[in-house]
Write a protein that binds this ligand. Sequence first.
Ligand code: SF4
Length: 397
Amino acid sequence: MGLYSYTRLATYKQCPYKYKLRYIDKIPEVKTIEPFMGSCVHETLERLYKNVISAKLVPLERVLEYYHEIWARDWDDNIRIVKKDLTKDDYKTLGEKCIEDYYESYYPFNQSRTIHVEKRVLFSLDNEGRHKMRGFIDRLAIAPDGTYEIHDYKTDGTLPAQKDKDEDKQLALYQIGVKEMWRDVHSVKFIWHYLVFNKEITSSRSDGDIEKLRADKIALITEIESASEFSPRESSLCGWCSYQAICPLWKHLFIIERLPPREVSKEEGVKLVDRLEGLQNEGKEIESEIEETKEELINYSDREGVDRIFGSNKMAKIKKETKLSFPDTRDEKRIELEKVIKAEGKWDEVSSLDVRKLAKKVQEGGWNEDILENVEEFAEKEEKKSVTLVKKKGKEE
Ligand code: SF4
């Protein structure tokens, strides 16, 4: 059993392939500017509160100097800026503004008593100590009424809704760690500081919520530890993923972007996709011409009263038949129809096993293990690959 963090579990949920690259293959990540600016702001506030704990109030000018020192010390020209309309200086200024607004809103920082900054928490999700987790709390404080406050600084460019924070799992996990550390932790409050908006969002969890969270995370760890496939999962976060250039979903785009513009259309993959697109377009035109010709043949057959029409080499047979159709599974009349057939005792004659649905159930692990084991004996495994042409996407979409 490994030692898990909230980020590690969230990475698996976001994309199993990214999880594999980061935590199993341990491939170093390409840094992006948003987390870089976030870590400079975090470290600045950490220094500010370390002084507050020692009863020292540092003026804003000095706090901003910390920020600039940290930025200059850690900046690396390989840090990637994904948003093309923003520059390094825009991010630096945004970080400064976060600190200024925070300083002015909370000075002299005595709303509650800060007891730790960057506090490491280590705890187990189960009583036997098998599912261990760790994390860092940005700031831990005690309110005048004795409530423990877990503070978290965010430099995200979007402000989440209260509902999202009421379902947030990270600070709820840290609550387990805080409760294990001291006996007098009776109530815990989560406070997220959305610094870009100078806004606090607060929330808390009941004991029942925490028990459910423990069970969910244990199940997720079990799933991760038994996983044998780590497939890429596309999402809106791909544009910010450090592994995009080596991810099978995006790698080709990076390959062709490195080519001189006139070489792009000659690249083998590009040529093949363009050829398939052309053939499919031709195929569609031919299909619609075939349908139109069939229509015309039916009209000819009606007009001339003939059921066979002879060409130079082939003959067209015109067959007239009445086809029955019954409501499909999306039609509400379907339930009524099934009832009638079952009531007549004829269900077994017309129903059959839907093997596609069965395969989906088994692949998703939708039944209990005993059933899956019995059914899987009949399954034949075959790796299939398919090709589908879809609209082209950019890396940041
Ligand atoms: S780019 Fe997207 S799909 Fe690929 S590894 Fe990253 S998150 Fe996963």
